[in-house]
Design a protein around this ligand. Structure first.
Ligand code: HEM
Length: 149
């Protein structure tokens, strides 16, 4: 047998959410996004005909977030700051409800809760980066988390 540290190096990280499910989740989610009256145009403008590039980026992103696979190397904050003029804080609520709807179609309750929490945390930090203005506290989006519970 290997010493514990060697065993850790050799064993791959456990996969909580299989890649095939991540692909289905991303594909289904962006189908909904593209059909959404407010989110659709934002994505159309930014992505245009480049969905074949965007979707694989999102597969890698979620594989990194959910399975700690290290497949994604990018800077979501920078990308979202670039589209900030076309987004309003309420769009985060739209984004999260389509995402939750997608998760409920595909995953068990436990996995829905696990994945949704990750999305909610990232949404909160992106929306703070995009919209937080210390001089204007009323402009802050209402957090969707469970701060008071
Ligand atoms: C109001 C909500 C949101 C809108 C309107 C939005 C819109 C977009 C758009 C248009 C792009 C493509 C930009 C481009 O390639 O030029 C993008 C990329 C991306 N979004 Fe969002 N997004 C939202 C929320 C989120 C959330 C909550 C997450 C994560 C949980 C997320 C993760 C990402 C990632 C990882 C990318 C790719 C970044 C890269 O190219 O490396 N987005 N988003």
């Amino acid at each position: 047998m290997y010493p514990p540290e060697e065993r850790e190096r050799r064993d791959p990280r456990p996969i909580r959410i299989p890649n095939l499910m991540i692909v289905q989740m991303v594909d289904r989610f962006y189908e909904k996004v593209r059909a959404h009256s407010e989110l659709g145009p934002i994505f159309d403008e930014a992505i245009g005909d480049n969905w074949d590039k965007h979707l694989p980026i999102m597969y890698r992103f979620w594989s990194s977030v959910l399975n700690t696979s290290g497949q994604y190397s990018g800077n979501p904050m920078r990308v979202h700051m670039q589209i900030k003029q076309t987004v309003i804080p309420e769009n985060f609520g739209h984004w999260l409800s389509l995402f939750q709807e997608t998760l409920e179609e595909l995953f068990s309750d436990d996995d829905v809760a696990f994945i949704f929490k990750k999305a909610e945390n990232i949404a909160q930090s992106l929306s703070l980066g995009m919209f937080y203005n210390p001089a204007s506290p009323h402009a802050m989006p209402v957090p969707t988390g469970t701060a008071n519970s």
